[in-house]
Design a protein around this ligand. Structure first.
Ligand SMILES: [Cu+2]
Length: 227
């Protein structure tokens, strides 16, 4: 049985490579499609980090119960008194979108526009409006987007019904808030041109201000109500 011996030797030698593969492979749990598990909750904490030197940051908490998704956002450093479009971006079909960095600024004007960011963060999946429709179609419904208070804070809570695809792939998605004021005049103006998404809107109104990726939170020590 020398053949078996050599097979075992080869198998042993292959162990380090196999370990590397195992470590690199994401251990993602499957979806909770069974009705008996609909009370099971999955919580995700998102750190919203500034894009475009906006100074905007914050925390988003996403709790999924079956297909009921509760989104709580506490953000600060946004443009005071202005509406901030906010979305859940990304793919539910396995493409690994993520928050862009400054290298996404293809034309080098110092602003990662929404269009320049799209290849990194993916299309709008859910529009985090304050009322009514939450589909991609409401992505620029600025009249239904939260308005930052006079200190630049946004506090947002909404529970929405999501598709099974979103429920199954929630961990692949991320939160983006839009609206920046690079010239610091306290409002959205056309100093950075028009938005590629809607020429009636300034680029400042639709450029991303912050982005955060979902991280599964299972130990129950979620820092709620952080201001
Ligand atoms: Cu967005």
């Amino acid at each position: 049985m020398t053949a078996k011996h050599s097979t075992r030797l080869i198998a042993l030698m292959a162990v380090p490579a196999a370990l590397t593969v195992a470590l690199a492979a994401p251990a993602l749990a499957g979806g909770h499609s069974s009705g008996s598990h609909s009370r099971h909750s999955q919580d995700y904490q998102v750190s919203l980090r500034p894009l475009n030197h906006s100074g905007a940051s914050g925390t988003a908490l996403l709790s999924l119960h079956g297909r009921q998704l509760t989104v709580k956002i506490n953000a600060h450093g946004l443009v005071p008194g202005q509406p901030h479009a906010q979305h859940i971006h990304g793919s539910t079909t396995g493409h690994d979108f993520r928050c862009p960095d400054a290298s996404a600024d293809k034309n080098g004007d110092g602003i990662v526009t929404t269009a320049e960011g799209l290849p990194a963060y993916g299309d709008i999946n859910i529009s985090l409006t304050t009322s009514g429709d939450t589909s991609k179609a409401s992505g620029l419904a600025v009249a239904r987007m939260p308005v930052a208070d006079h200190n630049g804070n946004v506090s947002y809570t909404r529970t929405i019904q999501v598709s099974q695809a979103v429920a199954d792939h929630i961990a692949n998605l991320h939160v983006v808030q839009h609206g920046i004021d690079p010239n610091g005049n306290g409002k959205y103006d056309f100093g950075k041109g028009k938005s590629e998404l809607d020429p009636n809107l300034p680029q400042e109104a639709t450029a991303p201000a912050s982005c955060g990726m979902l991280h599964s939170h299972t130990d129950g020590s979620m820092p709620m109500n952080r201001v």
